[in-house]
Ligand binder design. Structure first.
Ligand code: UDP
Length: 243
């Protein structure tokens, strides 16, 4: 059993700890929720545990489909053991349907299906407001090679194939999501988390939003939405599973 050691970092939704295995870290998922660059703050009861379990299920699914991820195991309800990665400071956003900032950028109503999947890169720099950047900017910054950029894009699309199909079977439309990658011994792996905090999921029947937009936009029933996503992902949703 790996032992938790020092806190390495506290983010908005997770705390990261070193362990007695130098190649592994522990992620403790928090109930805290933030939006709009931290200007909106709150808590979603049980979110940490739900997001840890949803992430564990989705990383396992992706591993089984040949995507390399940092996931090793759930240590308890809200605690995940992973490989330690050198993170690439880039957020990779993959989109199937217009929503959020893309709707604003292109002037598309939310819900308009995209002709092709769109992959975007954002530079993870709070002081700059996480600006959108392109491959040339990433190469200029020296934070990833052209090859690694290509790999992040291709893996993002592979993840999309797997997750769109998986969520569709659960009665959910995968609208968009954010991925983060890191390197372990020079090998690119999927890191961070995969949960309703960083995916947009809409109920196929009702069109209801079942993700962090319920918190961002004060839509109510936030916990209930996360709980229903967890139930569907783990196959314990009640019959129909309407939301
Ligand atoms: N996203 C995220 N972290 C961020 C920005 C975006 O997890 O810092 C996710 C978000 O939940 C959504 C997708 O990436 O699933 C696209 O977000 P968008 O650019 O539309 O930004 P938003 O409208 O959420 O500000």
């Amino acid at each position: 059993m790996v032992q938790k050691q020092d806190q390495l970092y506290e983010g908005k939704a997770k705390k990261l700890y070193s362990t007695d295995d130098p190649s592994a870290v522990i992620h403790e998922f928090k109930d805290d929720a933030t939006a709009f660059d931290g200007k909106k703050k709150g808590q979603i009861a049980g979110k940490g545990s739900m997001n840890a379990r949803i992430s564990a299920a989705l990383f396992t699914l992706l591993e089984n489909q040949g995507v390399r991820t940092h996931y090793r195991e759930l240590i308890n309800d809200r605690t995940m053991l992973t490989d330690k990665l050198d993170m690439v400071p880039v957020e990779v956003v993959v989109r199937n349907i217009a929503a959020g900032s893309l709707s604003k950028r292109l002037g598309y109503d939310e819900g308009v299906p995209l002709k092709n999947t769109i992959v975007e890169f954002y530079y993870k720099r709070d002081d700059l407001g996480d600006p959108m950047i392109n491959e040339d900017h990433i190469a200029e910054l020296g934070i990833a090679t052209k090859e690694q950029i290509k790999e992040m894009r291709e893996t993002g699309l592979k993840v999309n194939d797997v997750l769109v199909r998986f969520f569709d079977q659960l009665g959910l439309t995968l609208v968009d999501y954010k991925l983060e990658f890191g390197l372990k011994d020079g090998v690119m792996m999927l890191g961070d988390e995969l949960s309703p905090d960083n995916c947009r999921l809409w109920d196929k029947k009702t069109g209801e939003k079942m993700d962090k937009d319920r918190f961002r936009r004060d839509l109510g029933r936030v916990e209930e939405a996360y709980r229903e996503v967890l139930a569907r992902v783990t196959g314990t949703s009640k019959e129909g599973g309407n939301f």
